[in-house]
Design a protein around this ligand. Structure first.
Ligand SMILES: Nc1nc2c(c(=O)[nH]1)N[C@H]1C(S)=C(S)[C@@H](COP(=O)(O)OP(=O)(O)OC[C@H]3O[C@@H](n4cnc5c(=O)[nH]c(N)nc54)[C@H](O)[C@@H]3O)O[C@H]1N2
Ligand SMILES: Nc1nc2c(c(=O)[nH]1)N[C@H]1C(S)=C(S)[C@@H](COP(=O)(O)OP(=O)(O)OC[C@H]3O[C@@H](n4cnc5c(=O)[nH]c(N)nc54)[C@H](O)[C@@H]3O)O[C@H]1N2
Ligand code: SF4
Ligand SMILES: [Mo]
Length: 891
């Protein structure tokens, strides 16, 4: 007996439907894509597929904690409520803050926002969406008068051209990317253009890649607007009837771009390539522009969004099938957070503080006489205010700001100084929970109940699969309980998530009459059963659109006072902090295929850690030479704000002068991998979104005296202050090490790191002359641990040794070969993991390509299954094919 439950993936904004089968013991969950969900039609990516491996209770936050002591819920909630009240009484409501997340469910988010803005009476509720979507929100509002995403996913199959701008969808929105890849395979004439300083995995299907200078998008799109006007490619009737501000926008574009050649030179791209893009855009009516953080996370973020939208308005390409600007949302509920008003300048239900009527209306709906009258602080300023002591109590929920905010060392100090830090999380040990005075255990994805909204405005249910771990409670319940104990019993008397959803729906329709885009009033009176059975649906859902609506603006009506869309005149400006002699390189940061943000969940799944196991920095070969860096060596990167260490990856996918570092590593998994400490805190003037993709930095080799690694069946508490990285594998933990100081006695140092008793028998090998030390321990023929140290910096590959942990017993050959680190004759090493689903390594792939004469990803799939499940690794298989085949054909 088992139950199959339809729910939604907790990771990216694609919002894939999942069919989860829970066995009758409620201990085992099997994950499959939901074939009926319109976002994915059964597809999932590597992260979605690995969800079942992340449901471990081990590592979860299981009980409330007050100052390090386990507490009852009742005590903890009372304490938090009293502490908040006390701060408010002494210092006023502006002295407290909530910092939320696009990973909260809509119901959680709604009550958090209502508590702070409606009842505590301060605007100081902001969210990590400030770091993610706020430039898109601001751009939409400037152009459309509302934060509306005009199109839908089905448009990608209808388009004749798709432009990715600052989006690595192959890794970050993999299922949408797979849909696009399938569309391209079915219809090769579908053109794909990627605009990104890096040559990313998304370029694998691109007809054209424009590796523009970081930050130069506004110029590129101003150039496009000028080109369209110059080539008679604008829709004058549409411009006249449906828009305002065209001539000012065009004048700015003309004044700032001169010629396509000039734009190409300024953007550092090939002029013919740029010309080609402009020509395709001019000729292709059904064009979609998909954009993400390369656009939003910039001091020109809002301008970038509007520069793109300008070109769609000029061609009338909006609101019709197969075309339009489309902001890919990052988090599973980034869109839901915008609906409830999670950003500090928003109020609720797409109303904000800029309109006194909105404030009045929401106050009336909530029956509150203490509603905030003005916006609160946006994330970066909010943490500055904590640092300065203006904010004395902060409650962080569903986000890890000590890693993800810019200038993260200052954020850490801010929390260290703060009188009261409350953190709700489902994981016990994160860089942020480490600084909390009060910890509140939240239910995790598999335990929660509620709704999320994806990039195309589609609301889907998340449903409970498993009994909550320990005493974990839903976020909405925790917040409501605190609110009740602060004296707001009536306004927070919710019994279920459905109660909150109905209220949220009712507010969206309250005095709306078509004036606000976000309207789901059809759900205001829905029954609990209907809520339970809610099928994925796109808002608006109201009397006019009872079954939802795929596209906005087909009728040419916008939410501006005149009803017309606004062109915005854009004057390109450089990023706030530019490279100089001291910090000559530009640091770009972003995501990897198999990790989610600060790794609190994805790093639990061993198979997701194999793709890119260590923090790294990608650098162009000539820059590497200039800065004396070697491939796979370590580098020290520093900025005016902080520093980190990372493994050097030399690659021509990087532009000269640019470095790329993944955003994922934290102090839980690496000694010096928390990149947020380097990132500059400059923000966009309008959206207040930080410039996370552009920090001037310096790089130099980090030369340790020795390097090493440990593989251990048990997790270890290392006593090593220099470089380490912790990687969870299949039945083992891997630690990569490097050190500055030489221990006096390697065997005792090793014993200490491994937590081994000196009496335990082990294999050992030491070569004083070469500076090598190796030890292994085997208990009852099962491998327990190995440790390899080398002063020559020549260590064996880890894959063969790692694989031995899955064996119940080592055979004699393997036992003998342990301290060589290399497989005995006849055993193979599969190499770095490429296909996470079927665990196919690089060496296996390369051998098969060579030996079986494989020439396509499809042939590789047939032979090894690699790439045939989620497909996320197909771009890399293609790279391996290309590399291996080109080597083969060399004379
Ligand atoms: N695997 C995985 N998927 C995720 C996430 C994750 O953590 N892991 N997180 C989710 C979230 S919250 C988000 S917001 C999305 C983000 O999704 P994306 O925005 O696609 O991801 P990023 O890697 O942050 O950045 C995208 C690209 O912007 C480029 N870029 C940098 N500077 C510029 C520039 O000046 N102009 C242009 N045009 N491009 C530039 C970078 O080189 C990078 O390739 O991903 C979501 N999906
Ligand atoms: N330099 C740089 N910085 C960036 C970015 C970048 O590209 N470059 N990207 C930015 C973007 S777009 C984003 S979205 C942020 C993401 O950054 P964060 O939000 O800080 O990262 P996450 O790891 O997703 O943090 C989510 C936390 O919530 C916990 N959690 C998960 N589910 C729940 C739940 O249901 N309830 C509660 N209470 N907790 C839960 C997780 O365990 C984790 O600790 O990073 C931003 N920072
Ligand atoms: S694309 Fe992957 S991470 Fe995103 S929602 Fe779908 S399965 Fe989840
Ligand atoms: Mo994000």
């Amino acid at each position: 007996m088992s139950d199959t439950i339809q729910t939604t993936c907790p990771y990216c904004g694609v919002g894939c439907g999942i069919s989860a089968t829970v066995d009758k013991t409620h201990s085992h969950v099997t994950i499959a894509g939901d074939k009926n969900h319109p976002a994915n039609f059964g597809r999932l990516c590597s992260k979605g597929f690995a969800l079942a491996e992340t449901l471990e209770v081990n590592g979860r936050l299981l009980q409330p904690q007050l100052f390090g002591q386990t507490s009852t819920w009742s005590n903890a909630l009372d304490w938090v409520a009293q502490a908040f009240l006390k701060v408010i009484e002494q210092h006023g409501p502006e002295a407290v803050a909530l910092y939320g997340s696009g990973q909260l469910l809509t119901e959680d988010y709604y009550v958090a926002n209502k508590l702070m803005k409606g009842f505590i009476g301060s605007g100081n509720m902001d969210t990590n969406s400030r770091l993610c979507m706020s430039s898109s929100v601001a751009g939409h509002k400037r152009a459309f008068g509302a934060d509306t995403v005009p199109g839908c996913y089905a448009d990608v199959e209808l388009a004749d051209m798709i432009v990715f701008i600052g989006s690595n969808a192959a890794w970050c929105h993999p299922v949408i990317f797979q849909r696009i890849r399938a569309a391209k395979e079915a219809r090769p004439a579908l053109k794909i253009v990627v605009i990104d300083p890096r040559k990313t995995a998304s370029c694998a299907i691109a007809d054209l890649h424009l590796p523009l200078a970081a930050g130069s998008d506004t110029l590129l799109f101003n150039g496009l607007l000028a080109y369209l006007a110059d080539h008679d490619a604008v829709d004058s009737a549409y411009i006249d009837q449906q828009t305002e501000g065209f001539s000012a926008a065009l004048n700015s574009a003309l004044a700032t771009t001169q010629s396509t050649e000039h734009v190409a030179a300024q953007c550092q791209i090939n002029s013919e390539d740029l010309q080609q893009f402009y020509q395709w855009f001019a000729q292709t009516n059904k064009t979609m522009s998909l954009y993400s953080q390369g656009v939003n996370q910039s001091t020109s973020g809002t301008d970038k969004v509007n520069a793109i939208i300008n070109c769609h308005l000029a061609t009338g390409r909006i609101g019709q099938p197969g075309m339009g600007p489309f902001s890919l949302t990052g988090q599973p509920n980034a869109m839901g957070g915008r609906e409830v008003g999670g950003l500090s300048h928003q109020l609720a239900a797409h109303m904000d503080f800029s309109k006194p009527d909105d404030i009045q209306r929401v106050a009336q709906f909530w029956s509150s006489d203490r509603i905030a009258q003005q916006p609160g602080l946006p994330a970066v300023e909010l943490f500055d205010a904590i640092y300065d002591g203006r904010i004395k109590a902060v409650w962080i929920m569903g986000t890890n700001p000590v890693v993800s905010l810019p200038n993260a060392d200052k954020v850490k100090q801010a929390l260290q100084r703060c009188e009261l830090v409350i953190v709700s999380d489902c994981i016990a040990h994160t860089d942020t929970t480490a600084l909390a005075h009060v910890l509140l255990p939240a239910q995790a994805w598999s335990e929660k109940t509620g709704t999320v909204t994806n990039s195309e405005r589609r609301i889907s249910r998340q449903r409970r699969l498993l009994t909550p771990a320990g005493e974990a409670m839903p976020d909405w319940w925790i917040i409501s309980q605190v609110a009740q104990r602060m004296g707001f019993e009536q306004a927070f008397a919710y019994q279920t998530a459905a109660d909150i959803f109905r209220e949220h729906a009712a507010l969206s329709g309250y005095e709306n009459n078509g004036t606000r885009d976000f309207d789901i009033s059809a759900f205001a009176d829905m029954s609990d059963t209907d809520y339970e059975q809610l099928v994925p649906i796109q808002w608006p859902v109201n009397a006019s659109h009872p079954h939802g609506k795929a596209r906005f603006f087909a009728d040419g009506k916008f939410y501006t006072p005149s009803g017309k869309a606004h062109f915005i005149a854009i004057t390109p400006k450089p990023p706030q902090h530019l490279p100089d002699a001291q910090y000559p390189l530009i640091l770009n940061t972003g995501r990897l295929r198999d990790q989610w943000h600060t790794m609190t969940r994805t790093a639990i799944a061993a198979k997701l850690n194999q793709h890119k196991p260590e923090p790294f920095v990608e650098i162009h070969p000539q820059d590497a030479k200039q800065y004396h860096l070697t491939h796979n060596g370590l580098a020290h990167i520093n900025s005016r704000w902080g520093a980190m260490l990372a493994r050097v990856q030399i690659t021509d996918t990087q532009k000269r002068g640019n470095l790329f570092v993944p955003m994922h590593w934290t102090a839980q998994y690496a000694s010096h991998g928390r990149m947020g400490s380097l990132v500059n805190p400059a923000v966009d003037a309008l959206s207040k979104q930080p410039e996370s993709k552009y920090t001037p930095v310096h790089i130099s080799p980090y030369q340790p005296q020795w390097v090493g690694f440990i593989l251990s069946r048990k997790a270890l508490s290392l006593n090593h202050k220099d470089y380490w990285v912790k990687i969870k594998g299949e039945q083992f933990y891997r630690y990569e090490l490097a050190g500055h100081d030489l221990p006096e006695h390697w065997p005792s140092w090793a014993q200490q790191q491994l937590g081994r008793l000196s009496s335990t028998p082990c294999l050992e090998y030491q070569d004083y002359h070469l500076g090598n030390y190796r030890t292994a321990q085997v208990i009852k023929q099962r491998l327990e641990s190995v440790l390899f140290i080398s002063r020559q910096k020549d260590l064996p590959e880890r894959t063969w040794l790692s694989g031995l942990f899955s064996k119940p017993q080592l055979d004699d050959d393997e036992h003998r070969a342990l301290l060589t680190g290399c497989p005995p004759l006849g055993k193979v090493d599969v190499g770095t993991m490429v296909c996470a689903c079927f665990r196919v390594g690089e060496k296996t792939l390369v051998n098969a390509i060579k030996e079986q004469g494989l020439t396509t990803a499809a042939a590789v799939g047939q032979c090894l299954k690699a790439g045939t499940n989620c497909g996320s690794c197909v771009p890399e298989i293609n790279v391996l094919l290309k590399r291996t085949l080109s080597v083969k054909t060399l004379p």
